[in-house]
Design a protein around this ligand. Structure first.
Ligand SMILES: Nc1ncnc2c1ncn2[C@@H]1O[C@H](COP(=O)(O)OP(=O)(O)O)[C@@H](O)[C@H]1O
Ligand SMILES: [Mg+2]
Length: 271
């Protein structure tokens, strides 16, 4: 049925028994997480639970104190973020990191070149006259991605003046342009209003279905995750306290207890 129950295909990316210590603090304690092919997997938890730490371990920015990260069954625990990208991992940042002077479309073309013609990006950046006109196949590919994210109307705008919701979509478009098979999104709804969040949810659902990719959604917005995910993982104080379908997780007393404890200070700033 759903890909998440598959026993034969290894997960696109997997954390196995991951523990991270920062001095005396155990930020993650023996955490397992699996992102199967073509699945949307959610990771939620109160502020300080360890979400960003696990995201950093999966993307290769942080080595775990113990445990392993696997991609398609290969141990990548010691692999760099670049090596993981070559295996098909793409990610976005909580705060969009875009090049203000480039247009929306140029971001997508640039991302595509990183994957398909790695050395040309250096040539482009070194070209005094600015951005070189992309050849036709890149044009077609870029247009396809822009259309998928409903960014066609913004294609020729510089990213500098774009609203945050649109910048988020540009980041996702750029991540998709490298043709990933698994995409990690760190707090994609952060700073978006209710309508922008709803649009983002619809876009993510469509993109995952159209591209057949896997998505790991790390989010403070529990409702967004419950609405989108096939499987939801909940962590609290570095420990995984629940995993299941959105309905199962919603009904789990351990999850209720974790969130009831923090609801009162939901407004405090993120760790
Ligand atoms: N680089 C670091 N050095 C020390 N402590 C850290 C570091 N990064 C995160 N922490 C701590 O680890 C815990 C988990 O943080 P984090 O992964 O950012 O949680 P979340 O993303 O769920 O809000 C928190 O107590 C945080 O203060
Ligand atoms: Mg965080």
């Amino acid at each position: 049925m759903i890909a998440t129950t598959s026993e034969t295909t290894p997960p696109r990316i997997e954390a196995r028994g991951v523990t991270v210590r920062f001095g005396g603090l155990v930020a993650l304690d023996n955490v397992d997480l699996r992102v199967p092919p073509a699945a949307i997997v959610g990771l939620v938890g109160p502020n300080g639970a360890g979400k960003s730490t696990l995201f950093a371990v999966l993307s290769g920015l942080l080595k775990p104190s113990s445990g392993a990260v696997l991609m398609d069954g290969h141990n990548v625990t010691k692999a760099s973020p670049q090596a993981r990208a070559r295996r098909g991992l793409a990610r976005t940042f909580q705060h969009p990191e875009l090049f203000p002077g480039l247009t929306v479309r140029e971001h997508v073309v640039l991302g595509y070149r990183v994957r398909h013609a790695r050395s040309r990006i250096l040539t482009d950046l070194a070209t005094a006259g600015g951005f070189r006109k992309p050849p036709v196949d890149e044009d077609a590919r870029a247009d396809e991605i822009l259309a998928a994210l409903q960014l066609t109307g913004h294609a020729h705008q510089p990213v500098a003046g774009l609203p945050l919701g649109t910048s988020r979509l540009v980041e996702i478009a750029r991540a998709l342009s490298v043709d990933p098979n698994v995409l990690l999104l760190d707090e994609p709804s952060s700073g978006l209003d209710a309508q922008e969040t709803e649009e983002l949810a619809a876009t993510l659902t469509r993109v995952v279905a159209d591209h057949g990719i896997s998505l790991l959604l790390v989010e403070h917005d529990v409702e967004l995750v419950l609405g989108l995910s096939d499987v939801v993982n909940v962590i609290d104080f570095g420990v995984k306290i629940s995993e299941g379908t959105p309905a199962e997780v919603r009904a789990d007393p351990a999850v209720r207890a974790a969130y009831l404890g923090t609801e009162a200070d939901e407004e405090r700033t993120s760790a």
